[in-house]
Design a protein around this ligand. Structure first.
Ligand code: NAD
Length: 471
């Protein structure tokens, strides 16, 4: 069913009523929903691959690795752990609280809004839904308008599996999202750009809705003088050019120790060839995705032109085929620090290489920019690694790898400040969609605190004095 803007308040009300009922539902009910979702995804793997191929030219292996498995993995991990996560947690009394008992209850927040981007359009819409359902919520999903095939498939899936009162899909772009944001959601889970993240947070403030903001930014990779270059390049080439560079945690630029810069460039050239070169060029490769649309291709072309006008050199790639939304894996050197490609999030297959001579300089460059979503360290030096970990701040770090930290379901996934607010995945995703309700139980009759009730006699004053000093 397609919803018009004027239908949203009624849909919201329907979900509010259902959310109240869901609070009473047993955990088995949530698990049953998750199992049905899992079965649907396994039964429709080919449809998911076809949809993301139409939207992004994504190779089937990448569809399985980056759209299907992250969601099925999230569901299985949740099914295995939900009974522990959802169980009220007993907490020990502090000294002043002796005689009471206390627990943290995890209750569903209520009606949630999930707004998704286009780059991993199935994964980034459905994985947050897994956490929302696991925590016992209802949800309205707003997939991206730029990946229409996947958005339509998600709508079909939701209609086959759920009543609109429990999960519904609203299709649309800015006006539709803004109309949804007028409603008093209990939680908004947004994945997208920092610019739009600010709009979402401002809108959420009108109702004091809680938010999780999964944003983007410039994620650096440091390749130091001790790095194993071949190994680093195998990983970096995959992490950067996967999904045609349109990955929020892709290495955005590489800071390389000057002594290793030549070797790195050479290795990148060879590695790109090995991964993507087809007989008649990378544009024929079955292993390389496409840019989402003409607007983003034009944005990347402008970025590339700007870098070249500033004196940058193309070490590799640079080829654009507009009608095919193709942009080759491109490596740039001699890039001016104020070039767009070093100032804005790239979100495409352009990789600037920036040499440094000492680690303080590289750290200074990272710290001069907003805190990144991810930071990658390629090094065999414990000392260098420790220094980078201590002197930089980012949502996540991978040492001697990239992108992989996303798939570790026992790690929180998210950014910090400009790269995001709040965490997702596994237990952290469950918590994002739960209200951690503090419940204290007191005895009947004489209690510790009753010693301090009025009237405030000299004796009470003495007791309070003791408490202030001792506890
Ligand atoms: P975007 O911010 O343009 O759009 C995201 C969603 O917001 C879409 O559903 C869109 O319809 C909606 N939207 C856009 N403009 C809006 C407005 N003015 N008001 C209300 N809603 C609006 O992002 P995108 O182009 O879809 O995705 C790319 C960005 O997402 C990059 O910055 C990338 O780093 C980030 N991203 C982050 C993660 C993460 O997990 N942290 C994952 C993927 C992408």
């Amino acid at each position: 069913m397609s919803y018009r803007i004027e239908d949203y308040p009624a849909l919201f009300q329907l979900q509010q009523e259902k959310a109240l009922a869901l609070r009473q539902a047993p955990l088995q009910y949530r698990k049953k929903n998750l199992r049905r979702l899992l079965t649907w995804i396994y039964d429709h793997r080919a449809d998911i691959a076809a949809a993301v191929r139409q939207d992004l030219g994504k190779p089937a292996v990448e569809a399985d690795l980056s759209e299907v498995q992250p969601v099925t993995g999230e569901i299985k991990h949740t099914l295995a752990n939900l009974h522990r996560w959802a169980r009220p947690q007993k907490v020990a009394p502090t000294l002043l609280m002796v005689g009471t008992s206390a627990r943290v209850y995890y209750e569903p927040k209520g009606v949630c809004l999930i707004i998704a981007p286009w780059n991993f359009p199935f994964n980034l819409t459905v994985a947050p839904l897994v956490s929302a359902l696991a925590a016992g919520n209802t949800a309205i999903l707003k997939p991206s308008e730029r990946s229409p095939h996947t958005s339509a498939l998600i709508e079909k899936m939701v209609e086959e599996l759920f009543e609109p009162a429990e999960v519904a899909v609203v299709q649309g772009a800015v006006p539709e999202t803004q109309a949804l944001l007028d409603l008093p959601f209990d939680h908004i889970f947004f994945t997208g750009s920092p610019q739009v993240g600010k709009i979402i947070m401002a809108a959420a403030a009108r109702h004091l809705s809680s938010v999780t903001l999964e944003l983007g930014g410039k994620s650096p990779a440091i390749v130091d003088e001790t790095a194993h270059i071949k190994d680093a390049v195998k990983k970096l080439t995959w992490g950067k050019f996967l999904n045609c560079g349109q990955t929020c945690i892709a290495p955005d630029y590489v800071l390389v120790h000057a002594s290793k810069a030549q070797e790195l460039q050479q290795a990148l050239q060879e590695q790109v060839k090995e991964y993507y070169e087809a007989e008649d060029g990378i544009e024929r490769s079955a292993n390389y995705a496409r840019i989402i649309d003409a607007k983003h291709l034009a944005r990347l072309q402008t970025m590339l032109d700007d870098a070249l006008q500033g004196g940058a050199e193309v070490v590799l790639g640079g080829k654009v085929i507009e009608e095919d939304k193709f942009l080759a894996p491109t490596v740039l050197t001699e890039v001016k620090p104020d070039a767009q490609v070093l100032e804005e999030e790239i979100f495409g297959p352009l990789l600037p290489i920036v040499p440094y001579t000492n680690l303080d300089e590289a750290i200074g460059i990272i710290n001069s920019k907003p805190k990144p979503l991810a930071l990658y360290i390629f090094s065999r030096s414990k000392q260098n690694t420790r220094q980078i970990l201590r002197q930089t701040s980012s949502g996540s770090v991978a040492i001697n790898d990239n992108v992989l930290q996303y798939s570790h379901l026992n790690l929180p996934f998210g950014g910090i400040n400009n790269s995001g607010l709040g965490k997702a995945h596994g237990h952290y995703g469950f918590l994002a969609f739960s209200n951690e309700k503090a419940v204290l139980k007191q005895r009947i009759g004489l209690t510790g605190i009753s010693l301090f009730y009025p009237p405030y006699t000299k004796w009470v004053q003495k007791m309070v004095e003791l408490v202030v000093r001792l506890f």
